[in-house]
Design a protein around this ligand. Sequence first.
Ligand SMILES: *Cc1c(COP(=O)(O)O)cnc(C)c1O
Length: 394
Amino acid sequence: MDIVEMDKEYVLHSYARNETSFIKGKGAKLYSDDGKEFIDFASGIGVSSVGHGNERLSSAICEQAKNIIHISNLQIIEPQARLAKRVVELSGYDMRCFFGNSGAEANEAALKIARKYGEREFEQKRFKVITLKYSFHGRTITTVKATGQEQMHKSDFSPYPDGFGYVDSIDAIYEAIDDKTVAVMIELVQGEGGVEPFDKDEVKALAKFLKKEGLLLIVDEVQTGVYRTGEFLASNLYEIEPDIITLAKGLGGGVPIGVAMTSLKDIFEPGDHGSTFGGNYLSTRAGLEVVDILEDEYKSGNLKEKIDYFSSYLDRVSKSMPELFVSSVGVGLMRGLRVKDANTQGKIINEAFKKGVIVLKAGRNTVRFLPPLTITKEEIDEGFKRFEEVLINI
Ligand SMILES: *Cc1c(COP(=O)(O)O)cnc(C)c1O
């Protein structure tokens, strides 16, 4: 039985999978079992933030694995305490962290924090969280309901938890707030929804309004966090002070980890929340190394240089092919090309893959780019050389 057959036979079919199997990775390059080389402009959906086969990350993980991988949250976990300190200090906010294993779990923790705040702070409990129509917050039964996209609330999996309201835009949030509303949860740059950065002034005004009303602002930075937008957090870029921020994708460089951090530092008491695996030695040691690597890239100016270099390619491609593209969108290394229609979007992504460059879809009309933050100029050159060859034939 070959691997493709094995996958089909034994793995539940919840993904529309491409059948390529990768067997080697180095930096932003991946190699499939039939010997083909790919430039990875997707980093496993924004996860492999320091590239594949990163020496510093892999040695840190190996060293940790040879010692302790896991004990439990019943004891102090040294790298967890250290990573919490690092993440809080880099964020610039006065917060504490809860560790889980994924973006959805980080958002679940955020929602529990908001619900408890709603119970404690108001005479009549407030529990409703307002989110945006094209948001994406996860796949658990609660976070999928928090996700505003109607087609994600399949009746197959109903009933869903109550307590969510959806609006089309930041502007529409104000009117949607009622006497049950406790929080607003947004991404600052929508990822799955189509690489859509919101207007900074609108977001700042919303943050100010919520603070004044005593309502919480939850920023889902699962995709935007950990330098993806060029700053440690997109919240830093937007100059706001959220009450709760969630992180996951890029933080572990591929090792599963999620964080909910909050300025409500005493909201949880023992027993309120927990996770068996969350924040264990392995994942937090990985997180520490990733944060160190990326802070070096940030401080040295390398990250900014890479962002400018990548951007200039996207702008050029977008402008030189008006018959395919409407615009170049996004911030930092969370970027997209708005394509004129969904058909063209699918065709570009599939053809690019055949030519050895991996890009992602976002929404119905965006080709998304989430390259490793440590990508080299040579890798960017090679990726766009292949990508532009693809476009000529679309
Ligand atoms: C990917 C993503 C999630 C879900 O993360 P998982 O680790 O798949 O649970 C939540 N929010 C945003 C913004 C994401 O991009």
